[in-house]
Design a protein around this ligand. Structure first.
Ligand code: COA
Length: 378
């Protein structure tokens, strides 16, 4: 593999070929033209060619501008995150540990693809090892964590340095699901307000402030040698997910009606503050997917999920899904259990230069992720 190199490409011809290659797996229902349009929309919408959204290719040395030379490819983009840092070496009984919360840069990895004719020759693994090596050694910018959703189970990415974290999903069938009756306040007590894209900025800014405070508390309660990390929700990512949904609904499913409502929040005064769901539509699986959920009580989330179900019915979706929700709340609110999400495992990787454990000085500190609860890092 010495005669191969990893290149971050900004060459439009090469990028076009990467996207055309990807289509067979990531956009099988679309024509080449539609898939290119879809991919370009994603780039133009939020990232800009060669800026935040990065496309990496593995090629024989010196052949980076030849679209036919691509042996394997991957996309990455930078996400802001938080990680806790303990300020004392060891806690004494009766004393509370103090924790700082640091802002970090997280690389989100997606669309790993090797053209069929080049498969099983180690190209994808070589590409990802080189990418890992790059993030591990670069300090400008300093990438501290990397994250991906694996469609390949856990072994492939674990052998390359990522570790899988339990990934859960709650899937509610729209036509036949019956919510359990709750003992106390019923959902009827809540009044709801529609959310549209114009609400995203305020909601996301507040979410980040709340996450920062919650992460600190969680880190104080966590075992001494555990760091708590979060990848932050971002307004631009919600816009991107919604743009993709609009594109597939109109161009693939050919539904002319546009959607405005992207979620609901409770609107009953201070006790219902910050209880909401934001959703998108996954046309391919006819699913309404909750992108972000915030709630304090089981009756709040039950009420929000009921509204998501009625929205799903409206759009002829088959299921409503929410990822990585707390197991107990999921069961209490819906009457069904979280399942392991086997078709998209959450995997996280930590780099050598990441924060070290003050106890051991070792960089390999277990990371507990918190912000993937009720949150799709799309
Ligand atoms: C997965 C993929 C990128 C692997 O590319 P590659 O260059 O052939 O990979 P490598 O030669 O470096 O490694 C091969 C290993 O990949 C793993 N692998 C490939 N496909 C897999 C699958 N569907 N499930 C689990 N592991 C798989 C196996 O461990 C395989 O080892 P083997 O040869 O002993 O069976 C390629 O098959 C592909 O593009 N698939 C379609 C897109 C895709 O699934 N991307 C991943 C999204 S998370």
């Amino acid at each position: 593999m010495q005669d191969l190199e990893l290149i971050r490409t900004t060459n439009p011809k090469v990028i076009r070929q990467v996207w055309l290659n990807n289509r067979s797996f990531f956009g099988p229902k679309m024509s080449d033209e539609l898939w290119l349009e879809n991919s370009a929309l994603r780039m133009d919408q939020d990232y800009g060619l060669g800026k935040e959204f990065k496309i990496w290719i593995l090629v024989p040395k010196g052949e980076g501008d030849d679209p036919k030379a691509i042996l394997s490819a991957v996309h990455t983009y930078d996400r802001p995150g938080l990680i806790s840092r303990s300020l004392v070496e060891s806690g004494h009984a009766g004393t509370q540990r103090d924790v700082e919360v640091d802002d970090i840069l997280v690389a989100y990895v997606l669309l790993v693809f090797t053209p069929v004719e080049h498969r099983k020759r180690g190209y994808a693994k070589t590409l990802l090892r080189m990418l890992w090596g790059k993030f591990n050694s670069q300090t400008e910018p300093l990438v501290e964590l990397t994250f991906l959703y694996s469609a390949l189970g856990t072994d492939f990415y674990e052998s390359l340095g990522w570790h899988a974290v339990r990934s859960k999903e709650l899937v509610l069938p729209v036509t036949c699901h019956v919510f359990p009756k709750l003992a106390k306040r019923t959902a009827r007590d809540h009044s709801l307000e529609d959310l549209t894209e114009s609400h995203l900025q305020v909601i996301t800014d507040k979410d980040i402030r709340l996450l920062r405070a919650e992460l600190k508390l969680r880190a104080i309660a966590a075992p001494q040698n555990t760091r708590v990390a979060a990848i932050l929700p971002e307004e631009r990512c919600f816009h991107r997910a919604l743009a993709k949904a609009r594109f597939t609904l109109s161009k693939v499913a050919r539904i002319a009606r546009p959607f405005r409502r992207i979620g609901v929040r409770l609107n009953n005064g201070p006790e219902d503050e910050d209880a909401y769901v934001l959703w998108t539509f996954i046309e391919g699986s006819r699913q309404l997917l909750i992108l972000r959920a915030r709630y304090r009580t089981v009756d709040q989330i039950q009420c929000l999920l009921k509204e998501a179900m009625s929205e799903a019915r409206e759009w002829n979706m088959r299921t409503v899904a929410i990822w990585d929700m707390n197991d107990c709340d999921a069961l209490a609110a819906t009457g069904i259990l979280n399942q392991d999400r086997v078709n998209s495992w959450s995997c996280v990787g930590q780099f050598r230069h990441g924060p070290v454990d003050p106890g051991t000085g070792s960089p390999r500190v277990p990371v507990e992720l918190m912000a993937n609860e009720g949150f799709v890092w799309t």
